[in-house]
Ligand binder design. Structure first.
Ligand SMILES: C[S@@+](CC[C@H](N)C(=O)[O-])C[C@H]1O[C@@H](n2cnc3c(N)ncnc32)[C@H](O)[C@@H]1O
Length: 346
């Protein structure tokens, strides 16, 4: 189907009537990445997703576990910002801790009331449409079956709960294809609940949260776009969001967070980022130097030649990259990105 371009002065967005009508009804916002929307619920604003998965970017979680065990063998606190509904924290806990004697305390924060409410319920849906589908099946792969065992140590399967866990529109959409849809429900076992505390919190306010404490690691995965307004390759064409993409100084927004995280970390501590493309490929904004702009012919999008994220992290030699993972994109293929950065003491 031919799609019609909607041009603004700096980005070219493509509006797909197919997606608009079928997936989002009359809402004039659509996502070209069905997977990204995921079955998880969204926040009130359609462009801000709280989607997540158990063991998302598993290589980074495993790499992080090893680095923490080496750097902080006696344990350390971890702050998990953008914790969403808690799947990230449960995954991390199951990998890094002895389940009954946790040395790495995980404090969880998110700006979304909805996410915190879901997290406090500790009830989850796992389905074959998400990265954590392997938790539903028995596996020949040793790593996957070990992970599944860690998961089952903490979680128990339950019958369908009364509360809504999924984005119902998405479920309906998936079902129109008559594709096999397998879903199971899990609950965090009661004896582990006290190990997970979820509070409303914004990473931009990190220095005022437990102000006397420094921590071994800060997670902020797949959430930077919430503060940079970077919606690369998304079919966004509502004026408000397009204006935000253009008016937000992406570098400044990232630098602010990076500087605060640096202060919050213990010497040798880690900042853990996501591998989503919105974390690593940046749209231009009005502050982008002209010689750093290029027009990506294939995707009809103005992008930045230099990553403001790398620039902010490397400024004054504050952080060094210590772990790479794969960023998988539909539009630009797969490439390696740094997902774990270590604080370098001055
Ligand atoms: C796409 S989800 C990512 C969840 C999880 N970290 C993961 O990688 O699977 C993004 C989450 O970031 C949260 N968020 C956005 N801005 C935030 C901020 N400034 N501080 C803390 N959380 C934030 C949103 O509410 C949302 O739940």
């Amino acid at each position: 189907m031919k799609i019609s371009p909607v041009k603004s002065s700096r980005t070219t967005c493509y509006k797909s009537p197919y997606k608009e009508n079928i997936l989002y009804g009359s809402n004039p916002i659509c996502s070209n990445k069905i997977n990204f929307t995921s079955l998880k619920q969204t926040t009130g604003n359609e462009n801000l997703f709280i989607d997540t998965a158990f063991y998302r970017d598993l290589p980074t979680l495993l790499g992080f576990t090893k680095l923490m065990h080496e750097e902080f063998p006696n344990g350390a606190d971890i702050m998990d910002f953008a914790c969403s509904n808690g799947e990230e924290a449960i995954s991390l806990y199951s990998l890094i801790n002895d389940k009954d004697a946790p040395k790495y305390k995980i404090h969880c924060y998110d700006t979304s009331d909805k996410a915190i409410k879901l997290a406090k319920n500790s009830i989850y849906s796992v389905n074959n449409y998400n990265d954590d589908y392997f938790l539903l099946y028995s596996n020949n792969n040793k790593l996957k079956s070990d992970i599944k065992r860690c998961f089952n140590d903490l979680m128990e399967e339950i019958s369908p709960p009364d509360i809504k866990l999924n984005d119902e529109r998405y479920v309906e959409y998936v079902k129109t294809f008559n594709i096999f849809f397998n879903e199971k429900y899990f609950k965090l076992k009661d004896q582990y609940k006290h190990n997970f505390k979820f509070e409303k919190g914004d990473i931009r306010n990190i220095l005022n949260i437990q102000p006397d404490k420094q921590v071994g690691a800060v997670f902020f995965r797949n959430a930077l776009y919430h503060i940079t307004s970077n919606h690369v390759f998304e079919n966004i064409y509502d004026k408000q969001t397009i204006d935000r993409i253009w008016n937000t100084d992406k570098y400044e927004a990232i630098q602010d967070v990076v500087d605060k995280v640096y202060e919050k970390l213990l010497s040798g501590g880690f900042l853990v980022l996501g591998n989503d493309e919105k974390e690593h490929i940046y749209q231009v904004d009005k502050y982008t130097p002209k010689d750093e702009i290029f027009f990506d012919e294939n995707n009809k999008e103005y992008l930045r030649l230099k990553s403001p994220l790398l620039k902010a992290l490397k400024k004054d030699g504050k952080f060094k990259p210590v772990y790479t993972s794969t960023c998988k994109t539909e539009k630009m293929g797969d490439f390696k990105v740094y997902t774990i950065w270590q604080k370098v003491e001055k």
